[in-house]
Design a protein around this ligand. Structure first.
Ligand SMILES: *Cc1c(COP(=O)(O)O)cnc(C)c1O
Ligand code: SF4
Length: 394
């Protein structure tokens, strides 16, 4: 069965050329309670959250993304963009910086946790402030592109650490910056000899797909290899506009990977997860991570349990092509880094014999060769490269 992707429900009062213009979408963002009331009938829970102002976290959505949310308070997209009273309640583990990013912050806007790759937070602005955001300590605070002196310090950190092989542009949302700024950032990174891969982590294909213009993809192609990391959480986000944006990247040689987060009452159902990921693969997007929601402040009502996530993964395993299966992962708080959650398929082990049970209950033994029979190939050609990678953080 082929999939169809419906067009977004543009209001009649807006012209096609405005609706399909990304700067119009950003200029016309909904930010205040009265902006939201023009589109939604607010519930008491939602109104209370607006009355607390932006105390905890900014509020913003593009008209496009708002148009995908229904007027039902339980609608999945509505729950992603709409503040709720629960954000201001005490949480189980409320952390403003759940990933301990501030202690892995050797230069302004640079987060260096793994030896070979860094995050580079070029802006703190997003076009939608997702209520589950992990980086509330940073996102939407200054409302600006990186200052020039900080930009130079960040670049010089990357330049002076030859072990850094990959730079992940993040934020905020790096595709909220202009083409000219993006071209400059990518060009500066490309001029550093040891930077092999550049990734761009963005929600713009989801919340403002009109950002993906021919000019934008030409810039990404010019600075190849650039990987685009999208962040679709629900199949309802896959409109005709979003599908066209994803295909534009791939057609122009920009591989796209998707990272999703499991959210309570929003997408934590195997039918929804498979629907999203099979459609993404059909659009040539590789599902990459499926995250457990981080214990960011004000997100308890959006977090699922680890048991629930494992159950979803277990149901999908075996029924969903490996191409469509994302890796379930939890980011260990306080800068522990990511860890995969995997079902335990091994049920017994005796000496060299391990016993496994497959996804549909088939049991069998796998006899492993003995340690004394294991030999290593000559790796001398690649050893220096490997050692430099491991030493990269020092
Ligand atoms: C997630 C993350 C990365 C990228 O990890 P991958 O597993 O390579 O996708 C890099 N740095 C930090 C600090 C991260 O949180
Ligand atoms: S787009 Fe990303 S950084 Fe911005 S609010 Fe959403 S989750 Fe946070």
């Amino acid at each position: 069965m082929k999939f169809t992707f419906p067009k977004s429900p543009k209001p009649d009062s807006v012209s096609d050329s405005d609706w399909n213009n990304w700067t119009w979408q950003l200029r016309q963002s909904l930010k205040t309670q009265s902006d939201f009331e023009k589109v939604f009938t607010l519930t008491d829970n939602e109104r209370v959250a607006f009355s607390k102002g932006k105390e905890l976290f900014n509020i913003r959505t593009t008209p496009y993304y708002a148009s995908l949310a229904g007027d039902d308070p339980q609608d999945s997209i509505r729950q992603i963009l709409m503040p709720q009273r629960f954000e201001f309640e005490d949480g189980l583990q409320q952390m403003l910086d759940p990933l301990g990013e501030r202690k892995n912050n050797p230069a302004p806007r640079v987060i260096h946790r793994y030896s070979d790759r860094v995050l580079f937070l070029v802006t703190d602005i997003c076009s939608v402030y997702c209520r589950f955001c992990t980086r509330k300590h940073f996102t939407g605070q200054e409302q600006a592109f990186i200052r020039n002196d900080e930009y130079e310090q960040a670049l010089s950190y990357i330049r002076s650490h030859p072990g850094i092989r990959e730079v992940i542009l993040s934020g905020g949302d790096p595709l909220t910056i202009s083409d000219a700024q993006l071209d400059r950032v990518l060009g500066d990174l490309r001029s550093i000899d040891h930077v092999e891969i550049i990734r761009i982590g963005t929600r713009m294909p989801v919340v403002c797909p009109m950002r993906v213009t021919d000019e934008l993809v030409a810039i990404l192609r010019k600075h190849k290899p650039v990987f685009l990391m999208s962040h679709f959480n629900h199949p309802n986000e896959l409109t005709a506009e979003a599908a066209a944006a994803l295909e534009k990247f791939v057609d122009n040689g920009v591989p796209v990977m998707n990272q999703m987060v499991l959210l309570n009452g929003i997408n934590n159902h195997p039918a929804i997860v498979q629907a999203l990921n099979r459609r993404l693969v059909y659009l040539r997007v590789k599902p990459y991570y499926m995250f457990q929601c981080d214990p960011s402040q004000g997100t308890d009502h959006l977090r699922t349990s680890v048991e629930d996530s494992l159950e979803i993964q277990k149901e999908l395993w075996g029924h969903l092509s490996g191409l469509a299966m994302p890796n379930l992962s939890v980011d260990i708080p306080n800068g522990g880094g990511k860890t995969y959650l995997v079902p335990n398929f091994q049920v017994a082990q005796e000496g060299l014999v391990r016993k496994y049970v497959g996804w549909d209950g088939v049991q069998a033994e796998y006899v492993s060769p003995a340690a004394k029979d294991i030999k290593k190939p000559d790796a001398s050609r690649y050893l220096a490269e490997w050692e430099s990678l491991k030493a990269a953080k020092s």
